[in-house]
Design a binder for this molecule. Structure first.
Ligand code: PEP
Ligand code: MG
Length: 770
């Protein structure tokens, strides 16, 4: 009889030979998973050991008539039996076979390098219980594991120690209490190569913090994984889409030290070098490979898995896997509340007012966007601009995440589509196909069709827009409109606005379905220029002879992944403050040049009302380079074309004087980003949305300073952030002497009246002071 079996020869039915853990390893190997190699000292070897050494009768007599309630006695017997086993040597041939196999394990060639490793490798020796029908708890206390064991004799004594661990006081007590016969329980010892982990961590095939089963969560640190469990080092976090294997989120944390094995097999803490501390532990390939393995394990075991993994010499290994026991599929209870209108399902923030009743279409990832038919209620985690075509078909929009300045809010306001953002649970609580009433004006989603809310507020709003009661009010401050979708140009022009203060090119681009970087990679600059010209022309025509300020594309890397070529976008820790705006356009100058080219060609067609502005400026050089490029395409900034910048970073506020000196026609406050960056509040995070206020004195102080400086240099000032649609901000800006205010189409009338009143007050105050 062979006392040992290589892991590769184990299968899932090998429990009687190698115990549950051994069979599990065999099963993983049949799936071709990268499991560190090793062998099982069989349960039969243990049986033969008891027989040949004749110690079984001694053990059984010690256990006979033992009163397990008498703890002193129980402890004494347990210790005696364990000592008996550890001090009784194995039969020589058995020990020889184990030692020989251990040496074979050590002389295996390393996969990657083909070098023969030293014969005496470090191994883990673990006990693996055989009795499948016994609950795991029957072995409580005997799950002995010895890590970093090296040397022939040490292996043999560790195997004996594993066997002995069948007789801890707890294990004996449990068997007696549950009437299991001691002699029926066998044990195998698994001898497995230790991965000398350069990196390691854990992986859950469901998101344990949100219970979302469409996400895989990986945590990673340098060195051995123990420090994660102990909470001593903050691991990097990677969230992967289980289906597409796209990396949805990466959070890199600072890792000052790690636990590594030294020459003697002892674990020691070592500092992580400065250059690596804040670097991502895993590269994209490793994250995706781990996610692939995790999904494979989950598919095979048909249950979410909790997996330990390690990386040695850039090779990924699965060390252990077990079912996640705490996972509950996400079932959010429907609240049992109602108001005079109906049964309330969800509450969120009003992103775009109006009321709409229709069937729910839940979009969990952009591949499902086609589900949304005209008139459906689009329900999703968070809209990105590349969802615009589906948003246009939707009768209403409800999202889990996002605040007032997120793109769902911006685009839905422009389209006049009722939209509620930040409901947190919409995708979990609502069901596909069920009819709901989105009362966006109140920020409430009601169950079913609610008669008393059925006032077609959306239509009323359109009527209002067409009448524009305030259009004949004359204000000294120009009132402009913000618009992004060329198809809505005539609706926006009907407001009688004095021009367009912001056209976000990225929304127009998203509607076209192709990422600008993709156009460039495919050498299709001309197609890109054509797309932009078609869109901008519609707006320039609708606003003939009034200024239309186009903003160069400001594309965050996470928002446009679903466009053609979007899969090449980098995965950034925080795309909001990452590679977008002018910093990106200067790295990819062909995109910027194409955008300028489109504007130049429109000027040639006679649309010289089109001006341009540059987003996310933080340095004078950026402005300088952008102006140079404008000249290269044939328009002199400030002379032949209105050329401005967005003021949306605190940096731009601080260096405003230098920016004015460099030469600009105008500045436009992007208060969405300016507030985000000044207050340190993520504008898309609904949890802290209540703290997001453009009226914070710090933001107002920045605006006031910039307006003052710009006046000195005769640079025009404007606002195109969401705050321009707020009466209190409009009044503040008038008092500061801003030249123009841009608002959403549906807010233009109100803002015009607010501005008219504020201007009168300013005049009156001045008169009274005389
Ligand atoms: C802003 O930041 O205020 C702005 C208008 O730009 P966006 O909302 O597109 O970031
Ligand atoms: Mg911005």
């Amino acid at each position: 009889m062979s006392y040992v079996v290589w892991f590769k020869d184990l299968r899932k039915n090998s429990i009687p030979i190698a115990g549950g853990k051994g069979a599990n390893i065999g099963e993983m190997l049949t799936l071709h998973l990268p499991v560190p190699n090793g062998f099982a000292v069989t349960a039969q070897a243990y049986g033969e050991y008891l027989e040949k050494t004749k110690i079984q009768p001694k053990i059984l007599s010690l256990l006979k008539d033992l009163d397990v309630e008498n703890n002193d006695k129980l402890q004494a017997v347990a210790t005696k039996i364990q000592n008996l086993i550890t001090s009784t040597p194995m039969p020589a041939e058995m020990a020889e076979e184990i030692m020989y196999t251990y040496e074979m394990l050590g002389s295996e060639k390393h996969k990657a390098t083909d070098l023969v490793e030293p014969k005496e490798v470090f191994v883990a020796v673990r006990s693996s219980a055989t009795a499948e029908d016994l609950p795991e708890a029957s072995f409580a206390g005997q799950q002995a594991t010895f890590l970093n064991v090296r040397g022939r004799e040490q292996i043999v004594s560790s195997v004996l120690a594993c066997w002995a661990s069948l007789f801890t006081a707890r294990a004996i007590y449990y068997r007696v209490k549950n009437n299991f016969e001691h002699s029926k329980v066998l044990i195998s010892a698994l001898v497995q190569k230790m991965v000398n982990a350069e990196k390691s961590g854990i992986m859950f095939t469901v998101n344990p913090s949100t219970n979302h089963d469409d996400e895989i969560v990986i945590e990673a640190i340098y060195g051995l994984g123990e420090l994660i469990v102990g909470g001593e080092v903050n691991p990097d976090l990677y969230i992967v889409d289980k289906k597409t294997r796209d990396i949805k989120k990466i959070e890199v944390r600072k890792k000052d030290f790690g636990l590594f094995r030294n020459e003697n097999g002892e674990n020691e803490k070592r500092p992580i070098t400065k250059d690596k501390q804040e670097r991502q532990v895993l590269n994209e390939k490793q994250v995706k490979e781990l996610a692939r393995l995790g999904k494979k394990l989950e598919d095979h075991y048909k249950k979410p898995q909790d997996i330990e993994w390690a990386v040695e010499k850039e090779e990924v290994y699965i060390v252990q896997t077990r079912a996640v026991t705490t996972f509950k599929p996400h079932t959010i209870e429907r609240p049992d509340i109602a108001d005079e209108t109906g049964k309330i399902l969800l509450k969120g923030e009003t992103a775009s007012a109006g009321v709409y009743t229709g069937p729910v279409k839940i979009v969990r990832d952009p591949s499902q966007l086609n589900k949304v038919q005209k008139g459906d209620v689009l329900v999703t985690t968070m809209t990105t601009p590349d969802m615009v075509p589906a948003m246009q078909r939707a009768g209403a929009i409800v999202t889990n995440e996002g605040g007032m300045t997120c793109h769902a809010a911006i685009v839905s306001r422009e389209m006049g589509t009722p939209c509620i953002v930040g409901t947190q649970h919409a995708t979990d609580l609502l069901k596909d196909g069920e009819v709901i009433t989105v009362h966006a004006t109140r920020g409430i989603v009601y169950e079913g069709k609610v008669e008393s809310a059925a006032v077609p507020e959306k239509e009323l709003k359109v009527e209002e827009i067409l009448h524009h009661p305030g259009a004949d009010i004359v204000t000294a401050t120009e009132i402009k409109v913000i618009m992004d979708l060329p198809d809505f140009a005539s609706k926006a022009a009907a407001t009688g606005a004095d021009g367009v203060g912001l056209v976000r090119l990225e929304i127009m681009i998203a509607n076209g379905g192709i990422h600008p970087a993709h156009f460039i990679r495919q050498k299709r600059e001309e197609d890109y220029v054509h797309l932009l010209k078609e869109g901008i022309r519609k707006i320039a025509k609708a606003f003939a002879h009034k200024p239309v300020w186009i903003r160069c594309s400001d594309m965050r890397s996470d928002e446009y992944r679903n466009l053609q070529g979007g899969d090449k976008e980098p995965h950034e820790t925080d795309p909001m403050i990452g590679w977008h705006g002018i910093r990106r356009l200067l790295d990819e100058p062909k995109i910027l040049r194409a955008e300028f080219q489109a504007v130049k060609e429109l000027h040639d067609e006679g649309f010289d009302n089109v001006g341009i502005m540059v987003p996310f400026i933080i340095r004078v050089e950026e402005l300088h380079k952008a102006k140079e490029m404008m000249r290269e395409v044939g328009l002199e900034p400030g002379k032949e074309i209105d050329f401005g910048i967005m003021v949306e970073t605190p940096a731009a506020c601080w260096i405003i004087e230098d920016l004015c000196k460099e030469g600009i026609s105008f500045v436009s406050f992007g208060t969405n980003d300016l507030t985000q960056l000044t207050l340190g509040i993520d504008r898309n995070n609904e949890r802290i949305a209540h703290l997001f206020s453009e009226m914070h004195p710090a933001v107002l102080g920045e605006i006031a300073k910039v307006i003052q400086t710009c006046k000195k240099y005769k640079v025009k000032t404007s606002i195109c952030g969401q705050a321009g649609s707020k009466p209190e901000m409009a009044e503040f800006l008038v008092r500061q002497g801003i030249d123009s205010i841009s608002a959403n189409a549906d807010a233009v009338d109100d803002i015009r009246q607010v501005v008219a009143r504020a201007e009168k007050k300013v005049l009156l105050d001045a008169e009274r002071k005389k």
